[in-house]
Ligand binder design. Structure first.
Ligand code: C5P
Length: 220
């Protein structure tokens, strides 16, 4: 139907931060409200897609018609994302922690005369690069985000090729984005860059979903 151009398409969306445990009561995390990713999941569902939202810890309710899978760590997010494949569309918007603590303490680490603990960190897998890598499960359209404070377009374009994804939504996080209802993005594809005006995260999500629907109507 005209109003549901993504009917029959499957999408996986990641959103929110990840939480990397240090011990049973502490962890490392990133700043992300999850609002932009949740709005994209909702907008794709509104256009008829069957959406799995893999979400780190957020305060948000699952959008109507979306299947939410709750995860904490990057490793859990990666496993849940891979399990949601095959899909036609992947929009990976989560703020994944770059590192996790190598050895998670089984009990609460105590303060003491020995001073603060030293945390050994190891790198988390790049979920986006893994999903975008060539293979039978690669979604036809893989979209990532680039949150930058400087050189937005150059950094977004570099990320597009480094990660092997099809589109990057670049957003300038130097002012008033985290937790905010507004956002300003660039859409970077292999052959062009579009600068979108500042608008609500919901409006951006609807525009992204509409572009995705166009892409499947007339492949670029
Ligand atoms: O490399 P950077 O973290 O700046 O890339 C951001 C993009 O990559 C986002 O789309 C984010 O969801 C994704 N990403 C990921 N797994 C990581 C790191 C980033 O999926 N470990």
């Amino acid at each position: 139907a005209a109003g549901r151009p993504l009917k029959g398409r499957k999408a996986v969306v990641t959103a929110g931060p990840t939480f990397e445990p240090i011990d049973p009561v502490r962890g490392l995390t990133n700043r992300s409200s999850g609002k932009q990713g949740y709005a994209i999941a909702a907008a794709l569902a509104e256009l008829g897609a069957e959406v799995t939202l893999v979400s780190g810890p957020t305060a948000l309710a699952a959008p109507t018609g979306v299947t939410r899978i709750d995860v904490e760590s990057a490793l859990e997010m990666q496993a849940a994302t891979q399990s949601a494949l095959p899909a036609d569309i992947a929009v990976l918007s989560a703020a994944v922690a770059d590192w996790r603590v190598d050895i998670i303490a089984g009990g609460k680490i105590k303060k003491g005369p020995g001073g603060p603990p030293t945390l050994a960190l190891i790198e988390n897998p790049d979920i986006l690069a893994g999903v975008a890598a060539p293979g039978p499960n690669r979604p036809a359209l893989v979209i990532g985000f680039a949150a930058e404070t400087t050189d937005l377009e150059a950094n977004a374009r570099a990320k597009l090729s480094r990660k092997g994804c099809d589109w990057i939504l670049g957003n300038d996080v130097s002012d008033d984005v985290f937790g905010s209802d507004g956002n300003a993005v660039l859409l970077v594809t292999a052959d062009r860059t579009e600068t979108w005006p500042r608008q609500s995260k919901t409006a951006i999500a609807r525009a992204v979903a509409a572009r995705i629907a166009d892409h499947f109507k007339a492949p670029e």
